[in-house]
Design a protein around this ligand. Sequence first.
Ligand code: KG4
Ligand code: ZN
Length: 320
Amino acid sequence: MIVLGIETSCDETGVAVVRSGKEVLSNEVFTQIEIHKAYGGVVPEVASRHHIEKITYVMDAAIKKANLTFEDIDLIAVTGNPGLVGSLMVGINAAKAVALAYNKPIVFVNHIHGHIYANYIEDDFLFPLLALVVSGGHTELILMRDHFQFEILGETLDDAVGEAYDKVARVVGAGYPGGPIIDKMAKQGEASYALPKIMLDKDSLNFSFSGLKSAVINLVNKHKMKNEEINPNDLAASFQEAAISVLVEKTIKAATEHEVKQVVVAGGVAANSHLREEMAQAISALPGVKLSIPKMKYCTDNAAMIAVAGYFQYLHEHKH
Ligand code: KG4
Ligand code: ZN
């Protein structure tokens, strides 16, 4: 089954062609990062306008790279939610147009499911499986007992971890997108500032990042008031250490409690070098648990992951 995936939920216009949920024949992404940099963050109206300008071009490029025609497509998978409404609509309309013109079935994929299934491109899934979803809008621990069965074990009570990264980057004047910049700065610093590691109730698998974010803001303000210099690299390292250790510890707790066979890390923050290292080390201490983290290009928003999730969603919906 050949699936055409379409992703336009935020600031990446993505179209991909994937065979049987695994073989990526093409994966075209036009990123708007440079455009939004000028505003210090994603501006929804600007995002949807650029999706409109690029979608046809990106779609043609994906089909051409795959060496196929639209006739060869068996299924169209498009991100249906969550995301910026105006941006989502561009992808959905493009998907509907192709579905109508070529008489193809269409599935509307949850963006988070896409991030989880990005892991399937390189690794098969072993159930029960635990997914740590860490993106700009989500921080969740999800248990899967089979394909397309999602049970939320824990989630953030306030900010998403990616959102905290972006905010901290703004506070230290590092710019947008904050995650990769803080990641780089942290490598050159020491985690020398005392920041809270917010675990909530000891039994809880929920997260909270607003307290950590506020602690960083307070620290910066205090230094400013006293006319003292702050070391931005040390601050980045301290923030990163506090945020990532919570993610790793809660993941290990959930993996142990539910006796999972595999842990997958999903979403933009999965690109974080410290998270990748710390998680690998922690999971290696759990016998019989396999760890998957997508390649960098499949961590951030892309359409290949939507095509893979769409493939499994279609199989799940047509099981009987
Ligand atoms: O999954 P994604 O591309 O978009 C959403 O679905 O939200 O995630 C974007 C988030 C942003 O907050 C970005 O700062 C963060 O992922 N991110 C990172 C890194 N690369 C991207 N956070 C920490 N370290 C990174 N290397
Ligand atoms: Zn995403």
